[in-house]
Design a binder for this molecule. Structure first.
Ligand SMILES: [Zn+2]
Length: 222
């Protein structure tokens, strides 16, 4: 399957100094959190991590790879470099700097739901499968095109904002992603906080309105 995002994963490259320091980091007990004492190595490791971040931000157009929340306005403190196969699990440590295993996520998805969970991984031992879409129950940040599984519709005015997630193709991965990251909560919170909508009736009317808008924008909706 062709890479669903640009720039393609195969175009990612670290320079010699960055490669050397990453190789050294991978020997540490916690490769991603390893802190070299040498300032030159420290700078090279930082530049490798910055490069990874910038690369994945570009691939997902500065949105969270799981919920599509915009990260540009949220700023660097809301943006996490995401390890799909969690870096905290011993068997996945070797993939701490593997570009295919990395992405960018919002703090909500990464900290609140993802953490060290690995129930979304189909095979935890077949290393060849690690680099395929089929091995992940949710939408993989590098092997699946998010929009093939879910549609996120945002509508906003001043401080009011509506967020609705659709699964127009009844995608299993889309459904799993919605449940795993509790994306419905984002919709409900947006209705609740943004609009002050309290009743089910108001909520469903607002949802119908968003649906109409989504159709207007040519989005695939149910
Ligand atoms: Zn997110």
């Amino acid at each position: 399957m062709p890479d669903p995002y640009l720039p393609e994963l195969t175009t990612f490259a670290l320079n010699d100094d960055e490669t050397t320091v990453v190789t050294e980091a991978l020997k540490a007990s916690k490769p991603w959190d390893w802190k070299p004492a040498c300032p030159v190595k420290k700078a090279s490791l930082k530049s490798a991590k910055d490069k990874i971040l910038a690369f994945h931000l570009q691939r997902h157009n500065h949105t969270c790879c799981y919920c599509k929340t915009g990260l540009k306005a949220a700023g660097p403190f809301m943006t996490d470099r995401e390890h799909v196969l969690p870096k905290s699990k011993a068997q996945f440590k070797a993939f701490s700097y593997a570009i295919w295993n990395l992405g960018v996520a919002c703090k909500r998805c990464n900290m609140q739901f993802k953490g060290a969970a690995d129930g979304f991984v189909v095979s935890k031992v077949d290393q060849v499968a690690f680099q395929t879409s089929e091995n992940y129950r949710f939408i993989h940040p590098n092997y699946d095109r998010w929009g093939d599984h879910l549609t996120r519709f945002d509508a906003g005015m001043d401080e009011k904002k509506l967020v609705v997630f659709f699964n127009p193709t009844d995608s299993e991965k889309g459904q799993y992603t919605k449940e795993f990251f509790k994306l419905e909560q984002l919709s409900l919170n947006s209705f609740d906080e943004g609009q002050g909508l309290k009743t089910t009736d108001q909520l469903s009317r607002a949802a119908a309105l968003v649906l109409q808008l989504a159709k207007l924008f040519g989005q695939p909706v149910p």
